[in-house]
Ligand binder design. Structure first.
Ligand code: HAM
Length: 425
């Protein structure tokens, strides 16, 4: 039997309720903060990601799905959305409407990583990009937006870890400092990290090898930021505190993508294990210029949606809403009658279904239970001859005969009764 590709997953009907809850809750919050949705293609020219994410990163070196199309162009399935959004922002001159262009996105991303809990090859991100200001309060807005989404959804036990990589010059100084500090310990690094040492020393932080982790761990960091960037970082920290957001300063956060400058952050969550972030982001003040635009600062984040689901699953054993009414039949010609009533009921906005295979009445009643139907209409030959049907209130476990013309009204009454009872709990 054919199976889904390794690292990809079907999101089955029973799981969809939780996905929709996350999406709709996030959409409501995005509207409050005036972020507008953008949907970019899942494939782009590979060079877009190579230039923006960086040639020495794991994503570009090992994880990108790249293929040649019929015209021999090098195409990539997007491993993330920031680069695509910058491309779309420049291509469509999106910056002209508002001083700060605020965009959000929800969609699949692709990285050929080793699959494990919370790590897939096709996964989904929900994220924002705020393009057009370097004001530290915008960093605070973006981070508080991420925190608000988690609070609204009831995601608990998370830590916000922040750092600043400074401007281009500061980042170069940080890199230089790490190069000097690591030089004498090159022998303790894995082969790949020795390469990273030459190409981009910060990428050693991404190594999953504990030996390499130890090498960078002990290096004294901090004190690299120029006055402007230090003041910027101070304002971000002050702003976060002023809106009641706790954070941990962690100089080891350097992020796995090269475009970051100044504020960077990762949000970890207890249920996901030590290393994996549920959300991550930061500033990328040089990227838009590097992609051919004007000097335009920007900041954003992305949640991993599978990781949101993992941290919510325990509390949200998701219950699909039940059906309003199931139509059961017993006897010749009854299915046709039930079918037409079903069309009428759906027209009135009631959700309903029938058993097209006409199993036994007992089996149909079991099906109605399983579907958590609020009521069941039973079409029996004898009742129909009298112009009647049996109507069972599944909540109260009461059954009565009603005139077929009154059926819709009676079903609605059961539904509103159920709804108001539910509303009172
Ligand atoms: P990232 O850290 O590469 O950043 O990914 C953001 C989040 O996506 C991660 O924290 C994680 O929750 C999720 N994620 C990443 N890879 C996987 C995977 N293989 N399986 C499941 N979840 C995954 C970015 O992508 C940046 N574009 C974020 C950003 C937006 N920075 C500024 N704006």
């Amino acid at each position: 039997m054919l199976k889904a590709l390794r690292g990809t997953k079907d999101i089955l009907p029973a799981d969809v309720a939780l996905w929709r809850k996350i999406e709709s809750s996030a959409r409501d919050i995005f509207a409050l903060y005036d972020y507008k949705e953008i949907r970019t293609p899942v494939m782009e020219e590979a060079s877009l990601f190579i230039r923006s994410i960086g040639t020495a990163t794991d994503i570009v070196q090992k994880e990108m799905y790249v293929f040649s199309d019929r015209a021999e162009r090098s195409i990539a399935l997007r491993p993330e959305a920031t680069a695509s959004i910058v491309r779309a922002y420049l291509e469509n001159s999106l910056g002209q409407e508002k001083a700060v262009t605020k965009l959000f996105y929800i969609g699949p991303m692709f990285r050929s990583e080793r699959p494990q809990k919370g790590r897939q090859r096709q996964f989904h991100q929900l994220g924002v990009e705020a393009i057009g200001s370097d004001n530290p309060l915008l960093d605070v807005e973006v981070i508080s937006l991420a925190v608000r989404i988690m609070r609204e959804l009831g995601i608990k036990d998370f830590n916000l870890n922040i750092n600043s990589l400074g401007c281009r010059k500061d980042k170069a100084r940080i890199i230089e400092k790490y190069r000097k500090a690591i030089k004498s310990r090159l022998d303790s690094l894995c082969g790949e990290c020795r390469e990273r040492y030459k190409k981009n020393v910060l990428r050693i932080f991404d190594c999953k090898n504990p030996g390499c982790g130890k090498v960078v761990e002990g290096i004294e960091s901090g004190g690299f930021l120029c006055d402007d960037c230090a003041a910027h970082f101070e304002s971000v920290k002050k702003g976060l505190s002023s809106v009641g957001i706790n954070f941990i300063i962690d100089p080891r956060i350097v992020r796995g993508l090269d475009y970051y400058t100044k504020t960077v952050f990762e949000i970890t969550q207890k249920d996901l294990g030590a290393k994996d972030a549920i959300c991550a982001g930061g500033r990328y003040n040089n990227l838009i210029e590097e992609m051919g635009g004007k000097d335009t600062p920007a900041v954003g984040f992305a949640f991993g949606m599978e990781r949101m689901i993992l941290s919510l699953e325990k509390e949200n054993a998701s219950e699909e809403p039940g059906m309003d009414v199931f139509l059961a039949v017993t006897g010749q010609g009854m299915l046709d009658k039930a079918f037409h009533m079903m069309i009428d009921l759906r027209g009135r906005g009631l959700s309903c279904d029938i058993d097209y295979n006409e199993k036994s009445l007992k089996a149909q009643m079991r099906m109605a239970e399983k579907l958590r139907a609020g009521s069941v209409v039973i079409f029996g030959e004898d009742e129909i001859k009298k112009g009647k049907i049996s109507l069972r209130d599944m909540g109260k476990r009461e059954q009565k005969e009603v005139d077929i013309r009154d059926a819709a009204r009676e079903i609605l009454a059961i539904k509103s009764g159920t709804t108001s009872e539910r509303g009172n709990t």
